[in-house]
Design a protein around this ligand. Structure first.
Ligand code: BES
Ligand code: ZN
Ligand code: ZN
Length: 468
């Protein structure tokens, strides 16, 4: 759907459906109150009532909060897919425009790359009507950039693992770099060996696809701050020799969602032309089985030099991130260091499917992040580190173990494993985001449809926009 911001007075209303977002209070004063009530419409949140004779569609709102506008727009866009109009229009102002765009774009998202016959949507245009186009145009452009970057991330995550393996991910990154004026560096097997990324290499060893470490950078002149983003890019996680049960393996194409999120974020930042230097580091690896597979009982020497006892090959993301985080910290001197990873099932147990787990040492940073997330319409919650959980990673034979020796607090112990690879000077600049639950869904919720959600893109872009 093509989206345009247009002056109320000038747009062509022929064969256009007008959407009215309406609260129960407003309904009482509405022109069509009687007819609407006859149809049982009470303006409850996300309830719809069409008056096709008048080319009108009403959608109920609890109030005008962004959260409610977003889901109302998402509900509407799903409902109108079969409608036979040329366009749909809705009134916007500076308080509603971002939420309405997000609702329409993210709620209307479909991934049809594998459908032989995708259904055609007849409504081709969405007109956002207002009286002050000039005043709203910056907000309009910004919201579109962020929503489209989120869809870009979703497309990558949704792509089947046989079509999106590390080499393909590197190609996607190179294309993005060409289009958005970024620098792009890709380390293959040889370079990774030279860099001593042995933990990362071990995870990918049984795959027919070589691992890649991808480094994209956006460096505007006069950048005020430097931000380094790191993403877990397991293009498939079978669990390795600690093989996942059949039902848990399904959806593990999503294990690259952290990597896809950082690609989406750097895309958004470069299109928003923010005055900050942003680096995106991606560890793209496939975790498979075979005679060459790394094993429980192996001891790996990480890039940092610490030895890691492998007790479960399904706790592979942290091994990849250990090396990529170390590499990122040697290549950049960040003011902020953020990693995104579908790291643990335990995070989902702790917080539910909708919420991103946030871990790190700085309370201030966690607080700022949570504010940005609320503003962006994503759910996050802090999971606190403590020294007792840290002890659960102790190994009898190596410096650290890749799993905890107790079954509780698994999201936090995974975060603490990563903490082992954060340099002292970066401890308070670092946050870890566990998006295991929030990155993918098999049942629609909020502005999310089946599949990847693009978790992380909206809240991180919001945070980066707020950096002073
Ligand atoms: N990729 C998974 C985590 C995951 C699980 C993401 C479910 C999304 C949905 C990760 O590599 C993994 O397998 N973690 C293990 C860790 C365990 C072996 C300590 C887990 O969560 O079971
Ligand atoms: Zn795993
Ligand atoms: Zn994984």
């Amino acid at each position: 759907m093509n989206i345009q911001l247009i002056n109320k007075k000038v747009f062509d209303t022929k064969n256009n459906l007008t959407l009215k977002l309406i609260t129960a209070e407003r309904l009482e004063k509405a022109k069509f109150k009687k007819t609407l009530k006859k149809a049982g419409f009470q303006a409850e949140q996300d309830s719809l009532c069409a008056m096709h004779g008048k080319s009108l569609l009403f959608c109920g709102l609890e109030n005008y909060d962004a959260e409610n506008l977003r889901t109302a727009a998402a509900t509407t866009v799903k409902a109108i897919k079969s409608y036979d109009y040329k366009s749909i229009s809705v009134n916007v102002d500076k308080n509603s425009i971002q939420a309405i765009i997000e609702g329409f774009v993210l709620g209307g998202y479909e991934f049809n790359n594998y459908k032989s016959k995708a259904k055609k949507i007849k409504i081709k245009n969405l007109y956002l009507t207002c009286e002050n186009v000039e005043e709203l145009s910056a907000l309009f452009e910004e919201a579109l950039i962020v929503a489209e970057a989120t869809c870009f991330t979703r497309d990558l995550v949704n792509t089947a693992p046989d079509d999106m393996y590390p080499e393909v991910m590197a190609k996607v990154a190179k294309k993005l770099a060409r289009e958005n004026g970024l620098s792009c560096d890709v380390l293959g097997k040889r370079e990774l060996k030279k860099e001593k990324c042995n933990a990362m290499l071990a995870v990918g060893r049984a795959s027919r696809h070589d691992s890649k470490l991808i480094h994209l950078a956006y460096k505007p002149k006069n950048a005020k701050k430097t931000i380094s983003l790191v993403g877990k890019g397991l293009t498939y996680d079978s669990g390795g020799l600690s093989l996942k049960p059949a039902t848990s393996m399904v959806t593990m194409k999503m294990d690259k969602a952290g990597a896809c999120a950082v690609l989406g974020i750097i895309k958004a930042v470069s299109e928003l032309k923010l005055d900050i230097e942003v680096h995106a580091f991606v560890g793209a690896v496939e975790n498979m089985i075979g005679g060459d597979a790394y094993k429980p009982d192996d001891v790996l020497v990480s890039r940092k030099g610490d030895t890691i006892e492998v007790r479960n090959t399904d706790a592979e993301g942290r091994l990849v991130l250990a090396d990529v985080l170390d590499y990122a910290q040697d290549r950049t001197k960040p003011d902020y260091l953020f990693d995104f990873a579908t790291l643990t099932g335990a995070c989902m147990v702790a917080l539910g499917q909708y919420t991103t787990g946030v871990m790190g040492h700085s309370n201030r940073l966690r607080h700022d992040l949570s504010k940005a997330a609320t503003k962006a319409g994503e759910l996050t919650a802090s999971l606190p580190f403590n020294k007792h959980l840290k002890k659960q990673l102790k190994s009898e034979i190596a410096d650290i173990c890749n799993i905890s020796n107790k079954p509780y607090g698994g999201a936090i112990t995974a975060g603490l494993f990563l903490d082992n690879f954060i340099k002292e000077e970066n401890k308070n600049k670092w946050l870890h985001f566990d998006i295991a639950g929030s990155a993918y869904t098999e049942t629609p919720w909020d502005v999310n449809v089946h599949g990847a959600t693009g978790a992380g893109v909206r809240f991180m872009t919001q945070f980066l926009k707020s950096i002073k």
